[in-house]
Structures are given as C-alpha cells and as structure tokens.
Design a protein around this ligand. Structure first.
Ligand code: BTN
Length: 281
C-alpha cells in the first residue's frame, strides 16, 4: 500500500483504517482460511467490485478482498446505485474461485453467509437476520445489506466477485429509502465494529462457499431464514412483470412462482427483480 488512508470509524475500538489490511489478512491466516489472501483498503474509490474486476482482467486470481470507506459509483443489482455515507458502513468485495457453484446457488450461499456474519458480529441483536430472494438481507423487515455477484472473467473460469454492502453504523437514510432500509446500529442501539463484521464475513463465506459446502444444507438453511414462501409477490423477469404466490425457492434454479392462472414459473436470480412483496395470503 502506498496511499495515505484517513478514513475513521464510528466504532472507537476498530483498528485504524490504515491497519485494516494487515489485521484482516492476519485474522484469515490465524483461522486457516483463504490461503494467500490479499486485502486492499481505500478511502474512496469508484466501486470495490470494479476494482476487483480490473484486477482480474490484469490476471489477479485472488483470493482478494477490497474494502472502501466510500464509493463514488457504488453499484447495486440490475443497474441500481448503492450509496453510502463515509465512515459508517461496510463496502467490501471478495474475489475468489467458487468451484463451479451455479449462479443461483452462489447467490443463496453468499446471502446466507452475510446473514450469519451480521448475527455473529452483533450477538446482542434483538432480531434475527432474514433473507429475501434472491439476495437481500433484512433486519426487522427492512434491508440491512445487499449483494452484487459478478463474474469478471467470461470464459472458462469460476472466478467470482462477491460485492457486499452492509449498513452498519448509518443512523438515517434519505426519505426515499427510509421506509425500506435499516442499519445494524439502528437495531442494536449503538455503533458496531466494521472490523469484526469483515472478519466474520470472511469466516462465513469460507463456511458457506468453501470445500465443505453442501448444496442441500445451503438450501435448507436459506429456506429457514426466508419469509417469502407463501407470500404474494410481483416480479420483473425477462422485462415482464408477473404476479403470484411463491411456491418454492429452488437453490439450483431460482424462485418458483405460482402465477394467478395457476401455471408455475421458474424465475432466475440473475434476470429477476422483486417489484412488490405482500403479506402471506
Ligand atoms: C443490491 O442491489 O442489493 C446489491 C448492492 C451491493 C453493493 C456493494 S457495496 C460493495 C460492492 N461494490 C459495489 O459497487 N457494489 C457492491
């Protein structure tokens, strides 16, 4: 690293931002996970996912973690923007080989890992982390984290960039998001450690995506954290909005929707966006 880092954390016991790289590399090494992991930390960059992709195109193969205190062009799923004020949230991308896990299973496993890590980093949290298909992470029915998974090398590679944005210590959201977004600190009543969360994220990603990954276990664990089965939803899929009841979440294929005409339709995570979720009918 040759840049000066100035970012501070709202959590006073966190390592200085300058020390995040070595502290996180040491934590992973002490756990025996992600052998050879490199961590790169920035005050401000356009997007941690973009930086990983650029590294992959230069031949880097990971495992690589990129953290930014702030992003000027943070990206969300399906072309949306991911905005986050300085010093408070976790903006992290993890580039690693995912050993041929299919896209839908990878999305479920990654969101499960983020939910696991959020709960472990805040053991006194009064509510459970829930999941909304395909990979939104919720606390108290509001979004606390999102994931953007990209494949930086198009052909013949299982390299993936898992971009994770977690609202950690943000205390207020813009009016258009306020009803739907929440932070860990808002739920817990005080600031939390971004370092602990990043360390827990690495552990959880290793557990959920590592060599011991069991597809059926991922599917069962995901369904246990998901509130959507039986709910009425509207989805945009392949450019068309369709409505119905969520009949199943198939970890290998996607969401199974029973449409109003009774026909079952499989919706894939990569090409679908939830428009509306209603209460169970
Ligand atoms: C979503 O739309 O829910 C996914 C949001 C993903 C945001 C994270 S922040 C770190 C990484 N870098 C990006 O540009 N996006 C992801």
């Amino acid at each position: 690293m040759n840049q000066a880092l100035h970012a501070q954390s709202f959590y006073p016991l966190d390592p200085a931002w300058t020390e995040f790289e070595s502290a996180l590399e040491s934590a992973a090494s002490a756990q025996g996970i992600f052998s050879g992991l490199k961590v790169r930390v920035f005050d401000t960059i356009e997007s941690t996912n973009d930086l990983c992709t650029a590294e992959a195109q230069r031949g880097t193969r990971g495992p690589l973690v990129v953290l930014a205190d702030q992003q000027t062009a943070g990206r969300g799923r399906q072309g949306s923007r991911w905005k986050s004020p300085p010093h408070c949230n976790l903006l992290m991308s993890v580039m690693l080989h995912v050993r041929g896990l299919g896209d839908d299973l990878l999305a479920l496993a990654a969101s499960l890992a983020v939910a696991d890590a959020i709960e472990r980093a805040a053991p006194a949290m009064p509510v459970e982390c829930r999941l909304k298909w395909p990979n939104d992470i919720l606390l108290a029915e509001r979004k606390v984290a999102g994931i953007l998974i990209e494949k930086p090398v198009t052909k013949g590679s299982d390299l993936a960039v898992i971009g994770i944005g977690v609202n950690v210590n943000q205390t207020a959201f813009p009016p258009e998001l306020a009803e739907h977004a929440v932070s860990m600190a808002m739920i817990c009543g005080g600031p939390l450690s971004r370092f602990s969360l990043s360390r827990e994220l690495l552990l959880a990603l290793h557990h959920r995506l590592g060599p011991a990954t069991d597809k059926n276990e991922i599917a069962a664990a995901w369904k246990a954290r998901c509130d959507m089965l039986g709910r009425r939803v509207s989805l945009e899929t392949g450019g068309v909005v369709i409505s119905g009841i969520v009949a199943d979440i198939d970890p290998f294929e996607g969401l199974v929707l029973r449409q109003d005409n009774g026909v079952l339709r499989m919706c894939h995570a990569a090409s679908s966006r939830m428009v509306r979720t209603l209460l169970a009918t």
